[in-house]
Design a protein around this ligand. Structure first.
Ligand code: NAD
Length: 498
């Protein structure tokens, strides 16, 4: 049974949390409608430069004078564990908020929250093992210390597709290093971030260490421009990422950008084709296809293509499209009406470029889907490499199929887009797998599995998919600076002793 969606009267008010103050009512608020029903579920305050200035001031004070960066790593790790436990205790509520506001299936949101708690625990382990280096090879009286320090105040800008999870790919890592933060969630999905920041206070992390400013891109822009911020970690579209790069130039703040993707599933003739077909369907429908590592391109060897495409289409037709809060739903509602129209536009466009629709692309059947942003998952065959459906990020459940005849052609096709976030290889040959994995220009390669990586694996993009890495030790190091301290003991021999 689906959980009933709240009506307008129940709509939550989501405000800012700055220092120990929560902002309640305000004149300007952004209404958030549930993508599955079009009901208003929350009203989000529209923060801007004044709220960002106050939040950065609070984070700056907490970093420059507060206890957080000065705690022992054991104390910081313990606090991160307390947050993880509170996430587990509020998992149902957090998952429901994300499913309701983003339109993702509730079961996917539940997986996100489990993953989020795991990230807080992993970051606690990184805090405990935070260390620098020493160098003593420059003479017996020389000691070089390489100190690893927190980078300072960080601005974290979050998209709508994995609200609690992507926040947790950044915030615990920054906190583990000793940073303080201003979080700016997406205006479409701010409620789980609001609850998380409350839980962080409940866990005993001091006021001002984590601040929340809600609102649209104006708040994000003000955060990136702020002179009081030392690093911005941004996840979102490549177009906004370019604006972030420019806006960060003022105080030369560091930036970490996790941007768009256009992954390919490369299916060789020797693959376990049943397994690969299931993986291809998962790769393009997981999280409604609204996933930076979604796999909207199928590159399949010509010798097996016809049967394989039929098998994929058959499986796509069995995907259950439904209300996000219904536990039986496998594909929920897309984020908002303009996005649905854009995704459908790609299907229409593909036909103009010579593609053939095998299945889907229109309205799905279902009596309770009338007011929501739903689409039947689509397979489009014979997609040309210069078609927009092959080149551009779609961010919806639309699969384009292109045939290849040898590995070199598959690699050329996979790499022939501006993005370089992830790709997947399906083959039983170790030679093929390793040769192709090394040739792919992407930060992640999945082999005989897809959208599958633990927190210990660094995640990020080549080319227009971004700068820097998230998660793993590399993701932790993004939130640190290195300081080289050169020490001479005894009397130094000066070049110009005077
Ligand atoms: P978006 O770029 O529209 O918005 C992302 C965030 O940036 C939001 O919080 C938004 O309010 C804010 N923002 C908007 N304008 C801004 C500005 N001028 N300055 C600063 N912040 C601004 O992206 P979206 O639609 O929320 O998310 C979808 C995109 O995110 C897709 O392109 C997807 O591939 C990408 N994404 C990438 C990853 C990754 O790890 N590489 C993960 C998830 C999503």
């Amino acid at each position: 049974m689906p959980i009933p969606t709240p009506t307008h009267a129940d709509a939550r008010l989501v405000g800012h949390i700055i220092g120990d103050q929560e902002t309640g009512a305000a004149d300007e608020a952004i209404e958030r409608r549930a993508p599955g029903t079009d009901e208003i579920v929350s009203r989000v305050l529209a923060g801007g430069a004044p709220e960002v200035a106050a939040a950065v001031g609070a984070a700056r004070g907490a970093f420059d004078e507060g206890p957080w960066p000065r705690l022992t790593v054991a104390e910081r790790a313990a606090a991160l564990h307390r947050v993880a436990d509170l996430i587990d205790a509020h998992a149902d509520e957090l998952a429901r908020l994300d499913a309701e506001e983003s339109g993702k299936p509730l079961t996917t949101a539940e997986g996100d929250i489990g993953g989020a708690a795991g990230l807080w625990r992993y970051a606690a382990a990184l805090a405990l093992t935070m260390k620098g280096q020493t160098f003593t090879g420059n003479g017996p009286d020389y000691t070089g210390l390489v100190l690893r320090e927190p980078i300072g105040v960080v601005g974290l800008i979050i998209p709508w597709n994995f609200p609690a999870l992507i926040l947790s790919q950044k915030l615990p890592f920054a906190l583990a290093a000793g940073c303080t933060a201003v979080v700016k969630p997406s205006e479409f999905t701010s409620s789980s971030a609001h609850l998380l920041v409350r839980l962080i206070a409940q866990a005993g992390i001091p006021a001002g260490v984590v601040n929340l400013v809600v609102g649209d891109g104006r708040a994000g822009q003000a955060l990136v421009e702020s002179e009081g911020v030392d690093l911005v970690s941004f996840t979102g579209s490549t177009a906004t990422g370019r604006r972030v790069m420019t806006a960060a130039a003022g105080n030369m703040k560091k930036i970490s950008l996790e941007l768009g993707g256009k992954a390919a599933n490369i299916v060789f003739a020797d693959a376990d084709l049943e397994d690969a077909a299931a993986g291809v369907v998962h790769g393009v429908t997981f999280n409604n296809g609204e996933c930076c590592v979604s796999q909207p391109r199928l590159l399949v060897h010509a010798s097996v293509a016809d049967d394989f495409v039929q098998e994929v289409a058959r499986r796509m037709q069995r995907i259950r499209v439904g209300q996000p809060l219904d536990r039986a739903t496998q594909l929920g509602a897309l984020i908002h009406a303009p996005h649905l129209a854009r995704v459908k536009g790609f299907v229409a466009d593909a036909v103009r470029f010579g593609g053939e629709i095998v299945t889907g692309g229109g309205d799905p059947a279902g009596s309770d889907l009338g007011n929501g942003q739903f689409i039947a998952p689509a397979v489009i065959d014979r997609v040309a490499a210069d078609a927009p459906v092959f080149q551009e990020e779609i961010f919806g459940p639309v699969l384009g199929v292109t045939r290849f005849t040898d590995p070199a052609e598959a690699i050329r096709l996979a790499n022939g887009v501006q993005y370089g976030l992830a790709n997947t290889i399906w083959s039983k040959s170790t030679d093929t797998v390793l040769d192709v994995a090394k040739a792919l220009r992407s930060g992640t390669v999945y082999v005989n599995t897809t959208i599958d990586a633990p927190a210990q694996m660094p995640f990020g993009g080549y080319k227009a998919s971004g700068i820097g890495r998230e998660m793993g030790e590399a993701g932790f190091e993004e939130f640190t600076e290195l300081k080289s301290v050169s020490i001479r003991t005894g009397k130094r021999v000066h070049t110009f002793p005077g």
